[in-house]
Write a protein that binds this ligand. Sequence first.
Ligand code: PMP
Length: 404
Amino acid sequence: MLDIQKIRAEFPILSQKVNGKPLVYFDNGATSQKPQIVIDAEVKYYQEINANIHRGVHTLSQLATDAYEISRGKVQQHINAKFAHEVLFTSGTTHGINLVTNGFASILKPGDEVIVSSLEHHSNIVPWQMLCEKTGATLKVIPMNEDGELIMEAFDALLSEKTKVVTVNHISNALGIINPIKYIIDKAHAVGAAVLIDGAQAVPHLKPNVQELDCDFYAFSGHKMCGPTGTGILYGKEEWLNKLPPYQGGGEMIKEVTFEKTTYADLPHKFEAGTPNIAGGIVLGTAIDYLNNIGFENIQQYENELLEHATKRLLEIEGLRIYGTGKNKASVVSFNIDGIHPYDVGSIIDKLGIAVRTGHHCAQPIMNFFCIPGTIRASFSFYNTKEEIDTMVEAVKKAKTMLS
Ligand code: PMP
C-alpha cells in the first residue's frame, strides 16, 4: 500500500494553488512533476561537482564523470540492458528516434518498407516519413479498431521480406492503450526487421525489460518519469549501434581527427557528441532510484485503481465518450462531451485549478480516425488521488452545464 499523502508531500508543486484553487495535476502524460529529492540532486550537482566530463584529469571532472557513468549503469540495470554502452544519453525520446532514423538513412534502399502504427505520436511518425523520403523506402501503417487497439491480423499481413524496420509505442500517449509489443517484436524479427519501441509513455508506469522484450531500440524521456527535462535514453543493441553511423559529429565522439580522416569513438561515446546535459543525466538516475523505491508493482496497482475510478465516474456524465476503450490500458482517460469542443472544457476546468491536456496530443492521425478535433486527456500518476478525480468530474459537469 502506498502512503499517498506522504508521497504528495515529497512533490512541492502539488501543494500549490492555481487560479486560487488547489492544483489538480492530471497532465502527467505531457510531463511529470518532480520530487524534492530530484530537485535537490540537481542543485547539489551545480553546488558541489559541476565540471565537464570524460576529459579532465582534475578531481571535479572525475567526480562528475563518475556520477554520470554511475547513472548510466542505473539505467542499464533498470531496463536490464546487457551492456552499459548500449545505453545512450539523449535529450529525450524525439532525439533518440531521430538518432535511429538518421542511421537507417545509410541502410534503407528504395523498395524497402518501414511499418509504423496508427497510434503513434508525431515524434514516431515524422522522422520515419523523412527517412522514407530520403531513401525511397515506403511507410506502411498498422491500422487500429474503434477501441483504439492495433489490429494484429493487419500487422501480420503487412510483414514481408521488404520490411526493414517496425516501430510502435509501448503505450499510446493519446489513448493510454498498451500495445502488444512482444508479439510485434517477435513477428518483425521473424522477417528480419529491426524494431524500435517508443517507450515515452511506458516508463512512468512500468519497468521495461529490453532483453526479455528483445527489441533492437527502446527510446524514452526522463521528464515523464520524475526526471529533469532535456534528458532521455536510447537503448540500442550493441550490434545495431555498431552498425549505425554516428548521428552528430563533434567533440567526445571521436578516436582520432585529422583533416584526411576521422575515426569514431567506441560505444556509447560515438553517439554522444558535445557536452551533454551532465546534471540532467546524473539526476535521471536519482529519479529512477526514487521510482524504484516506491516500486513499479505498487505504482501499477494504484494507478489501475485511479483509472478504474476515473472511468466509472466520468461515464456517469451523459454524452461523455471515452476514446481508447481497449482492455489493456495505462492510467490515461481521453474523452469528449457531445457537441462541446475539448478546448472549451479544458479552459473552464483550468480556472478551477485542474490541469488536463486538450487537443490532438501530437497524434493527429488518431483524431482523424475518430473524426474529432481532439480530446480532453487526464493522465494520472501515483501521486494523484481519487478525491482529485472526483474534483475533476464535478468540474467537467460544471463545464458541461456552462457550455450546453
Ligand atoms: N512518444 C510519445 C508516445 C510521447 O508521449 C512523447 C511525448 N509526449 C514523445 C514521443 C516525445 O517525447 P519528448 O517530447 O520528450 O521527446
